[in-house]
Ligand binder design. Structure first.
Ligand code: SF4
Length: 618
């Protein structure tokens, strides 16, 4: 039986407690599933995300720190600081999750708030809370280095907030191990509201208990081999620092990028020169995919700077293309700066994007911007703006309360691109309607349930990418994709890249979980876990005020047909309300209210939620 560390920052008490009972573990497993169950049970109604009563539930999954691929997932579940009413979900990788396991803990539950800055240290003998007065004001890297000096050794991992989290900025992140972070749901500002500057974990001698080690070893080896095709090429597109090496061509062709605050989906220069920089792959703990990387900038104004980045391209678009920056070195530098200041690039990029557009349209002048000329592509001005935002200084304070607020305050609310107040993952999802539907019906927590818009989804039985603009097929794809992503990648402990586009990954995961626990988990049971999570998430939000109108309140820019890119001339506007209705029906939810039906909740053993939504049956 595993254990959790329970931390009360108000009373400064840390104590061990057992994981929930076996039935709960069977139904929710770990990570996002178990975190959501615990949050639903423990979080009071009527609180603000920055109130001391909000919880940070940090959970690994049973497969974290094992020999399956990408076994590094740690999920934070909380009341979402970006929306205020949905469940926040944020995943990180690197070393933090595995080291937590090696310290003997499956997770940490943090409640209360300190009056003065503190950090939490977790070691094999338990948790301790110490003053962080000397760390307050440092950026995420500086904080990590200071605490690593205090807790030396290769088994130390630090998660820290930067100035953005300290100043309760929208989009604040908690960054760990330089290349990783909990980027979504405002985890950094919630830590800031608790005056929790950092968490240090020191791994010890604990190992994950595996009921059938031989079987587990063989499944893990098969799974790892399955990541590569017959030619030995990694099937995962984002692996091996894939985006910079590919100069962004793949994403530009398949999806389209976000340029000039969604005013263009094509920027020919963006991506050029990225692959020519000095890139060093930085894999997470024992991960064969290795999608994270350091990049030493070779030329231009930031030559010599080393940016430490995660894989994927959303961060590069948030710090670069959305503000018109194309110079490769500048894009890497600004992305890295956001990580160090502790602010998510998509929130920062969309908030700045609407300000830059307002300046272009004459709604703002230098009088409003502390003398700054908000000129698209000017990295120096963007750097100044980011620093001002993170410190809530002058014009930066106008932009620091989120994208919606920024749009209103610069006089251009119709150009602010957010969903329920939260940022979207920054690619141009107007070209991929499954992902679009997943984003708008999600809880504002980043990477949603995907459809099969631009690649196959073999684990949900889709062997070829489907028609990207067909509104009739996307609702079911998003339902099935959601059950797969949330049940497997967000819950078991191995990250999404170990599953996405990998045939048989669901089977291997089910076999690995069975070998580890000594209980039988079928593929379908884990899909059920995902479906249970999607329903519980909806109930969580509904009782806090979520209505279908929130899903259908889509920014005008996302409804317009782009002038270029893969969705040139195509708009989802005539179809999206019907797609949302069809998604509710596919989920077994009431079409009018989006409430999960009694029969759906009963099938998923969500009996308490039946009473919550529908009352007791006569
Ligand atoms: S896939 Fe990437 S983020 Fe995930 S564990 Fe591997 S290197 Fe880390």
């Amino acid at each position: 039986m595993g254990k959790l560390l329970r931390v009360n920052l108000t009373t400064r008490v840390c104590c061990d407690e057992s994981l929930p009972d076996e039935r709960t573990l069977k139904l929710y497993v770990g990570g996002w599933g178990l975190g959501l169950r615990m949050l639903s049970d423990m979080l009071p109604l009527g609180i603000h995300p920055h109130d001391p009563e909000n919880l940070l539930i940090m959970l690994t999954g049973p497969l974290t720190a094992t020999s399956v691929p990408a076994a590094t997932n740690l999920t934070v579940t909380t009341l979402n600081a970006e929306t205020g009413f949905t469940a926040g979900r944020s995943h990180t990788h690197g070393w933090f999750g595995p080291m937590l396991k090696f310290a003997g803990y499956d997770g940490v539950v943090i409640e209360g708030a300190s009056k003065t800055p503190v950090y939490l240290a977790i070691q094999e003998h338990g948790g301790t809370i110490a003053s962080a007065d000397n760390l307050w004001g440092l950026d995420t890297h500086e904080t990590g280095e200071a605490l690593k000096a205090e807790f030396p050794g290769t088994s130390t991992s630090v998660m820290a907030i930067g100035p953005a989290g300290e100043n309760l900025c929208a989009g604040a992140i908690a960054a760990n191990d330089k290349n990783h972070s909990c980027s979504h749901s405002g985890i950094g500002s919630i830590m800031g509201s608790k005056k929790l500057k950092a968490i240090v974990v020191q791994g010890g001698s604990h190992q994950v208990h595996i009921a059938d080690p031989e079987r587990f070893k063989s499944v893990a080896a098969e799974w790892k081999a399955g990541l590569f095709d017959e030619q030995g090429t990694l099937r995962v597109d984002v692996g091996r620092a894939g985006v910079p090496r590919g100069e962004y061509k793949w994403l530009k062709e398949k999806v389209g990028l976000v340029g000039y605050n969604f005013q263009t989906a094509e920027m020919e220069e963006f991506g050029k020169g990225m692959g020519e920089q000095d890139i060093t792959v930085q894999p997470c703990w024992q991960c064969p995919i290795a999608c994270s990387y350091d990049v030493k900038i070779k030329d231009g104004p930031y030559a010599g700077h080393v940016a430490t980045l995660c894989g994927g391209g959303e961060n590069l678009e948030g710090a670069g293309s959305i503000l018109g920056v194309t110079d490769a070195g500048s894009v890497f530098y600004l992305t890295d700066l956001c990580d160090r200041l502790g602010i998510e690039t998509s929130v920062a990029g969309c908030s700045l994007g609407v300000a830059f557009e307002a300046f272009e349209k004459g709604l703002l002048s230098e009088k409003d911007t502390d003398g700054l000329v908000l000129e698209w592509g000017n990295a120096e001005v963007i750097e100044t703006c980011l620093r001002k935002m993170a410190h809530r200084e002058g014009f930066g304070a106008v932009l620091a309360d989120g994208i919606r607020s920024a749009g209103q305050r610069v006089g251009l609310p119709e150009s602010a691109v957010h969903l329920k107040g939260a940022s979207i993952n920054l690619h141009d999802w107007r070209a991929v309607w499954g992902m679009f539907l997943g984003q708008v019906t999600g809880g504002g927590s980043g990477w949603p349930a995907p459809g099969a818009d631009y690649r196959r989804e073999p684990n949900i039985g889709i062997m070829e990418a489907t028609a990207r603009f067909d509104p009739s097929i996307k609702p079911k794809e998003v339902r099935d994709g959601g059950m797969f992503k949330f049940g497997y990648a967000d819950t078991l402990g191995a990250g999404w890249f170990a599953y996405w586009n990998i045939p048989h990954a669901a089977e291997w995961a089910a076999h690995a979980l069975s070998a580890l626990t000594g209980q039988v988990y079928t593929v379908d049971e884990i899909f059920d876990v995902g479906e249970r999570e999607m329903n519980l998430e909806r109930v969580f939000s509904i009782v806090r005020g979520h209505t279908p109108e929130d899903d259908k309140a889509i920014p005008e820019k996302l409804l317009q047909a782009p002038d270029n890119g893969p969705a040139k001339g195509v708009s989802i506007r005539p179809y999206i309300d019907g797609m949302i209705d069809d998604y509710y029906v596919a989920m077994g939810w009431d079409k009018k209210t989006s409430k999960p039906l009694r029969s759906t909740l009963r099938r998923l053993q969500l009996d308490e939620e039946i009473v919550t939504l529908w009352g007791r049956e006569e």
